[in-house]
Every structure is written in C-alpha cells, then in structure tokens.
Design a protein around this ligand. Structure first.
Ligand code: GLC
Length: 470
C-alpha cells in the first residue's frame, strides 16, 4: 500500500513537472510570437534606443529627382502625379521643359546617380549627429530602390543600375547608425504593372504586390524601423497592415532586434505604432505628448530636391537647432529630410545645415541624446525669454532659445536643491545662483559661449514647484 502510494506521488510529480515545463516553454515561445490581433500588437513597446536617438535622417531621392521641380512650397516628389493633372502648374512646366510626349518613365534613363558615394553620405549624416537613417525605399511612383525580385522596374535594373538601398545600408550601419528603407506605396500613382499613370490601384492584386514588396524590404534589410506612408488613402483593413506589422515584429524576434514602426497604417495616425507622426508634415506640435512621436520635414519646403526653391525657403542653422531642441523637449525625435540631386550629390545648402547642426550637437549633445522630457517642456524667464527643458540622470538641462542681453536670468518653478551645481554645458563653467521662493536666478557671463541655443545644466535633481505644489 505504502509503495503504491509513493508510486502515485511520483507519477503525480512527473505529470506536474511535465506540464509545468511545457507551460514555461509555451510561455517563452508565446512571449516572442506576435499575431495580428490588437491584443498582441498593442503590447509592443517603443525601443529605448529609439527614445534615446532623437535625430534621424530621411532621404527622398528617386526618379523624381531628375525633373526636381515643383512650385515653391510644394512637394517635388509628387512630380509624377502633378505632371498628369492638367490643372496643375507642373503640367505646363513639364510640357514646356521636357516636351509634349515625355512620360514619367522617360526620366528613368536620365537618373544615373553618377556621382553617388554612399560612404560620403553616411559620413555626412554621422557628422550631423544622426543616429538613424531612413531612405525612401519606394515612393508613390512605385519604383523600388533595391534589387527587387518582384519587378524589374527598380533602381538595380534601370536608371542607376545599383542596389541603392543595400549599398547605403552597409555604409550607414558600418558607422553604427540604425537603418530602415521606408515604403510609401500605400499611395501609388505610377506603376507599369498596374497600367501606368495614376491607376485605380486599390485592388486585391495591388495589396498583395505591396505586401510582397514590404516583406522583401523586411527580409532583405532587417530594418530597425519600418516607416510606412500613403496611409490616408484607405482604412487599415484595406491595407491589411496588421498582418505586416505582426510579420515584422516576428522577424525582429528572430534577428534579436528591437524595432519600431510608425503610425501610418491606414487613415488612423496617432493611434497605433511605436511612434506617432504629425497629421500634416510641417505642422508644429506645440505640446508635450506622452506617446513617443517623430517630427518630419525637409530643410526646405519639399522632401524631394526642388531646384525652384530659393534660400529663404530653407531653415537657418539656428532655426534647425531650435526645432530639434523644441521637439526633444516635447518627446519627439526629429527625422530631418535630405533631398539629394539626381547625380547623388547633396546640395551645399543642405550640407551646411547638417554640419551646423552637427557642430552644435558636438558640444551640446549631452542635453539631447538619451534624455527624457521633464515635467514640463517649456517655460519663460521673468524677462520673457523662451526656455526648453530635458532631463537625464538627475540633471536638468535648461535651454535658452535666444541670445540673452542681461547678466542674469530668472526662471520660475524650478526648485534647485541646496548642493546643486549650475553650469554652462559648453564650457563646464560653474555659475552663481540663488533660489528665492519659486524663482531661480542664475548669473550669466558677459558673453554666452557657443551659438543658436545655449544650454545650462542643473545637477542634483531640481524639482518642479508647480508639480510638487499640486
Ligand atoms: C507625405 C508626402 C510624401 C512624403 C511624406 C513624408 O506623405 O505625400 O511625398 O514622402 O509625406 O512624410
């Protein structure tokens, strides 16, 4: 009786251990498997590296870089759409410049990328301080910039006859920047497989074709970010985006990578995705948003290079630095667009802006990279000077958005701790300060070192009175 009892206990233990192990195994496997249910997909977390990165480069370079023209203030990468719309200024421009019967695809042999050096680009982006690079892999013209097995209509077979996405990826990743070719084909207005200019493209065949191309991007390039666009053309059920997202997340588990996807899944910006984007590019978001987001715009008014633009259409270095600082204080990264010329060179004006930003980041990057928003993104001094804040390792960074013509500033709301050190980030010089009630007054040197935006750092966990008082 006794042995039988023991045997029974033994079996029970084995059964228990067996099921427990199975359960644990199952759990481990389950934790790494994404499916297209909202329950699963919405559990995905924005990677910390993306939160830390703050600054990426977008690149709009394609067949449309050959004509490189739009009325000032418009997007030149929309040329293949506009040239077929008789009421659009590009329609007449095109016919006057290129002739009556010149089709969009006639630009392809003229796109030679003859002066393109991916190493040079990657070096420039690194100098600019970028932490990731998102080249447009395929724009609304349906022309992939990689060696696609799904269509000959691509940059490896025609035009430049190089696998632009592969070459650039190698150069960028060798410099430790993250990489992800984007896909804008949720809007398509020119694909020969689907009947040339502005086809009625939203049908099952196209969606399948589009999925296959996106999966090709995922499989070939293991993108750190999947950046989609053209989303406003249909609901996400039509694009079946969730299938792609689940596929991407699962592949990323296999690669052991933490990845991020934007929110352009189909007529629902600002709801899904590891980071949000603006409803309209060039809109300024003027508040701190809890969910990670990304600001995207060009240095001028267009994404593709627009030869029609004049100097005034471009940002200045100061405006660019201010924009990055403002974005970061509000929980955004900046994805700044570069619009190269057809030959593969980046216009000097864009180069200089990138280098100017890079120079500022070289000195002040500590207040940008790896920071998190503070309780509030912004405040004004008692003299009405604009301030932005970021936060890292118990240090508060206070960014003065303009030149100060006084020997001190007084900031409301900050409560410095008694042993706080206030210093100029650019030189490390310690500054005298005094806390009076809810106001912190800091003495400034006669001339602030550096340019554009001046950064002060306050150590030892300064508090925020408004928040504490609540
Ligand atoms: C818009 C434009 C597109 C551009 C994109 C960048 O969706 O249509 O040309 O690629 O913005 O965010």
């Amino acid at each position: 009786m006794k042995t039988c009892h023991q045997k029974f206990a033994c079996i029970l233990t084995y059964v228990f251990v067996f099921f427990f192990t199975l359960q644990t195994f199952n759990y481990t496997v389950m934790a790494q498997t994404w499916n297209q249910n909202w329950d699963s997909i919405l559990k995905h977390e924005t990677p910390e590296w993306f939160r830390d990165a703050k600054f990426g480069i977008f690149i709009h370079w394609g067949v449309y870089s050959v004509p490189a023209w739009a009325p000032r203030g418009m997007y030149s990468e929309w040329y293949p759409r506009y040239m077929y719309q008789s009421e659009h200024p590009v329609y007449d421009y095109h016919r006057n410049t290129w002739g009556e019967n010149f089709e969009y695809e006639d630009f392809i042999p003229l796109w030679k990328a003859e002066n393109w050096d991916p190493e040079e680009w990657a070096e420039l982006f690194e100098k600019a301080g970028a932490r990731y690079v998102i080249p447009v892999g395929e724009h609304h013209d349906g022309f992939p910039l990689w060696d696609s097995k799904l269509t000959d209509w691509n940059a490896a077979q025609m035009g430049p006859e190089r696998d632009l996405m592969a070459e650039l990826g190698e150069a960028v990743r060798a410099r430790n920047m993250k990489y992800g070719p984007s896909y804008h084909g949720l809007l398509n207005y020119y694909t020969p497989e689907f009947s040339g200019p502005h086809p009625d493209y939203l049908n099952d065949d196209y969606i399948e074709f589009m999925h296959a191309k996106i999966r090709e991007i995922i499989d070939l390039f293991e993108p750190d970010i999947l950046w989609l666009d053209g989303d406003w053309m249909a609901p996400l059920e039509v694009f079946r985006t969730r299938e792609l997202v689940a596929y991407y997340y699962n592949r990323a588990e296999e690669w052991g990578k933490e990845v991020a996807i934007n929110d352009r899944w189909g007529q629902v910006r600002g709801i899904f995705g590891d980071f949000f984007t603006q409803e309209y590019e060039y809109d300024v978001i003027d508040r701190l948003i809890d969910h990670k987001w990304e600001n995207t715009r060009g240095m001028g008014q267009s994404f593709g290079y627009n030869s029609n633009e004049i100097l005034e259409d471009y940002l200045t270095v100061t405006e660019l630095v201010q924009m990055l600082v403002d974005n970061v204080s509000k929980n955004a990264n900046l994805l700044l667009n570069v619009g190269p010329k057809a030959d593969g060179t980046i216009p000097d004006i864009q180069k200089n802006l990138l280098l100017g930003l890079g120079e500022w980041l070289n000195t002040n990057g500590e207040a940008i990279y790896g920071t998190r928003p503070w309780f509030t993104a912004e405040a004004k001094t008692t003299a009405d000077d604009e301030l932005r804040f970021t936060w890292k390792d118990n240090t508060l960074y206070v960014m003065l958005m303009n030149d100060i013509d006084s020997d001190k500033i007084t900031i409301p709301w900050i409560q410095a701790s008694q042993d706080a050190e206030v210093s100029l980030l650019a030189t490390g010089e310690l500054l005298n300060w005094i806390q009076e009630g809810n106001y912190l007054t800091i003495e400034l040197p006669e001339k602030l070192p550096g340019a554009h935006v001046y950064v002060l750092s306050i150590s030892n966990d300064p508090g925020y009175l408004m928040k504490r008082g609540r």
